[in-house]
Design a protein around this ligand. Structure first.
Ligand SMILES: Cc1ncc(COP(=O)(O)O)c(C=O)c1O
Length: 343
């Protein structure tokens, strides 16, 4: 039985072009004189985001951590959305590694309200922690992969500048946002001082993320990266796939978005799955489960037994993510399995 894996776009396998590039990659010691393929990936990433420089790191988690470590003083406070990935999955990293606490603010719909951001900034009093950073996420993984409007990003940047705060963007899926908006990623990245994005998600490379920003920021982030053991050696072997990801895999994200919309249109008829299909803007569907027989775990198990692998979403939902390797026929089949099991 073929198992259709819609848990996440992190499950993608490298394309044949990536595997070939990995075999042929020109290599060096990236922590000494440098690895030419890593350098190529970093230059390409910086130019795609319109930033001066970029650093290749093993994971999105590390890229985000380096953003705090490099731009915040120890013990600072960062303003984040209450359902941002960094809050739901990474907040103890920031606290334990760099003493950074997160002030979560409720999001209005899926987006941070600039007025709420401004109201959350601490007064400059010795009794208060120092607010040093505002965190935005694009696309928003815990809100159906929704795309933050450019005007919202611009307004948040304006508040941050007025209060001399840094803006970091967790752009793990920034290229999904760019494709959905029909703009270059640099148009989105311009609203943040630093941006992290992953080549290991919808872009289908096997490993890695990039952190981008000014030259000075990247130089300091590289020191911090060394400190936490993140510097790699002949990393060109994996970076080569990242180069292919940036050169060849961005435009095809539209296929994932179309497939997600198609699947959403089929799932929308199932009364036990509650979600708004109009909110499917990229490659993620999250639906609240209201089933009279199955709870969340039982539904996931029953779907898995029929050949469909989905992920839990919050306390009571299911998540379906389309990605490289998932074609229209898989989405048709996934919808049929859901109907059979859940209807
Ligand atoms: C929005 C977002 N940011 C950061 C990360 C962390 O990336 P990684 O799994 O590469 O550490 C993820 C992972 O799913 C994510 O969805």
């Amino acid at each position: 039985m073929e198992l259709i894996d819609l848990r996440s776009d992190t499950v993608t396998k490298p394309s044949p072009a990536m595997l070939e590039a990995m075999v042929r990659a020109e290599l060096g010691d990236d922590d000494r004189e440098g690895d030419p393929t890593v350098r190529r990936l970093q230059d390409l990433a910086a130019s795609k985001l319109g930033k001066e420089a970029a650093l290749y790191v093993p994971s999105g988690t590390m890229g985000n951590l380096l953003a705090y470590m490099t731009q915040c003083t120890y013990g600072a406070e960062v303003i984040v959305g209450d359902r941002s990935h960094t809050f739901t999955s990474e907040c103890t990293n920031a606290a334990s590694v760099h003493g950074v606490s997160m002030l979560q603010i409720p999001t209005t719909g899926p987006f941070l309200d600039p007025a709420r951001v401004e109201a959350a900034i601490r007064p400059a009093l010795r009794v208060c922690p120092r607010t040093e950073m505002v965190w935005v996420e694009n696309t928003q993984v815990n809100y159906m992969g929704r795309v933050t409007p450019l005007a919202n990003l611009a307004a948040i940047q304006e508040v941050a500048r007025r209060h001399r705060l840094v803006v970091h963007m967790d752009g793990a899926r920034i290229f999904n946002a760019a494709v959905a908006l029909g703009v270059d990623a640099a148009r989105i990245a311009q609203y943040a001082d630093s941006v992290m994005f992953c080549v290991s998600k919808g872009l289908a490379a096997p490993v890695g993320s990039l952190l981008a920003g000014s030259k000075d920021f990247i130089e300091r982030a590289t020191w911090q990266c060394k400190k936490i053991g993140g510097r790699m050696r002949q990393a060109g072997v994996i970076a080569a796939a990242g180069v292919v990801a940036l050169e060849k895999m961005i435009d095809r994200l539209q296929e994932d978005h179309d497939n997600a919309r198609f699947l959403a249109s089929r799932l929308a008829d199932l009364p036990c799955l509650e979600f708004d299909p109009a909110h499917v803007e990229t490659n993620i569907i999250q639906a609240r489960l209201r089933h009279r027989r199955y709870n969340q775990a039982q539904a996931i198990q029953a779907l898995h037994e029929r050949g469909l692998w989905v992920l839990r979403s919050a306390a009571d939902g299911l998540r379906f993510v389309t990605h490289y390797g998932i074609e229209r026929r898989h989405c048709q089949q996934a919808a049929a399995i859901c109907r059979e099991v859940l209807a």
